[in-house]
Design a protein around this ligand. Sequence first.
Ligand SMILES: Cc1cc2nc3c(=O)[nH]c(=O)nc-3n(C[C@H](O)[C@H](O)[C@H](O)COP(=O)(O)OP(=O)(O)OC[C@H]3O[C@@H](n4cnc5c(N)ncnc54)[C@H](O)[C@@H]3O)c2cc1C
Length: 492
Amino acid sequence: MRVAIAGAGLAGLSCAKYLADAGHIPIVLERRNVLGGKVAAWKDEDGDWYETGLHIFFGAYPNMLELFQELGIEDRLQWKEHAMIFNQPEKPGTYSRFNFPDLPAPLNGIVAILGNNDMLSWPEKIRFGLGLIPAIINGQKYVEQMDQYSFSQWLKLQKVPPRVEKQVFIAMSKALNFINPDEISATVVLTALNRFLQEKNGSKMAFLDGSPTERLCQPLVDYINQLGGEVRLNAPVKEFLLNSDGTLQGFRIRELNQTADEVITADAYVCAMPVDPLKVMLPPQWRELDFFKQLDGLEGVPVINLHLWFDRKLTDIDHLLFSRSPLLSVYADMSNTCREYANPHRSMLELVLAPAKDWIAKPEQEIIDATMAELEKLFPNHFGGDKPAQLLKYHVVKTPRSVYKATPRRQQHRPSQQTPIPNFYLSGDYTMQRYLASMEGAVLSGKLTAQAINRSQMLGISAQQLSGNRQLQMDNQMLTPDSQAPVLKAES
Ligand SMILES: Cc1cc2nc3c(=O)[nH]c(=O)nc-3n(C[C@H](O)[C@H](O)[C@H](O)COP(=O)(O)OP(=O)(O)OC[C@H]3O[C@@H](n4cnc5c(N)ncnc54)[C@H](O)[C@@H]3O)c2cc1C
């Protein structure tokens, strides 16, 4: 089957890869001149990379790790020691660590938490541990039910002291979804905690050894090409063209250097674009369907990724750091953590600014000035005194709508990969899969979409059979809870 896919982010590329594995011919159409979507990166005039986001791979990413193995590139993941490191705002320039020993889960996590006495007192640890018991006993079902609460509300319900939120979970919420605990759904934080505590290496972190575009997306494209598929850049999908029965007839695209539009036709179509542009592009006929109406509840959250090059080394820490700054989220000195960005003499800090709602429209210089003020607190030794570290250059990458904002009650708005339109599928981290809005979620969603297309083909409902022969039933009944079940069961 020929399958047209709109979007060359991780979801679109993973979908194409798994379709090609199953003997189909994927053709991926990407709007921009760069692969990767939210993992896209660019080289500046000095040959230095800058990225859409600081990206961390976790041990709890089975589908992503499998993908690296299938592509034969697992040596590109640079695993760090099993620890979580937090700045201590009350003691500028110092760090507090959760060290995970080489013990089975959840023992290693318990030892890591009990062994940290800088951030939480014993009564706080005990109260938090007791609060987690319902999640441990009732598992994912309970975690899903908690989507009605923000994480702050959940902590209060569990009678966890407010200091636990301040000390640990502001940093964690910002890292997970670029928002604070009073906004983030409890399901998101509890899902991450579950993975981290239940899998021995769940919270172990790796950095890619170079830019995601070159070191992860390009191998995917090479693989897809080898199996007869195609990935086209500068090929924005402008419109979904419909048959008279409401099924998809083609993607109308306009390539950058072409004057006329082109229509790409296929046996099946996948939208692997983010949810925000998808909502804008939905044909009016489809908008009436409850399945597509539910997307109105999803919206991308703003985030800013910063890159600052300094004239000296600010730290030798080879790991992700939780800044615990009101302005910033996580950061890393990429000159230590990433082989291709390595520099023994100068630091390149990559920092995530979140929540970014009040900053996204501000001029770059204002953002950099505020960031430098924060860095003075994080690295007092290098910015005080008569020879402060000099900022050599910077890049600011703003993403006004990034991953969907995971506030309470969003889970019910996340669609399955299969849609009521028989030859049209969705892929993307926002679609329903259990890894939330992440690279793992994007890769898994692509795999699930490929599986859904295979299933449809096995059932013999190819687009050709449908279009013209059968009137599309647009009564939403096609999306019963049962029709979602196999999709969810397919997750590994
Ligand atoms: C700052 C930041 C930090 C992050 N950190 C982490 C992390 O540490 N760990 C982690 O797991 N995840 C992280 N993420 C999340 C992760 O990057 C995303 O979840 C994932 O990359 C989303 O992939 P996707 O394919 O679903 O969507 P996207 O990557 O958004 O891909 C969608 C693609 O569709 C294309 N497109 C849009 N419109 C059209 C059109 N009309 N025609 C054709 N193509 C179109 C886009 O250009 C894009 O390439 C981070 C994200 C950001 C922004």
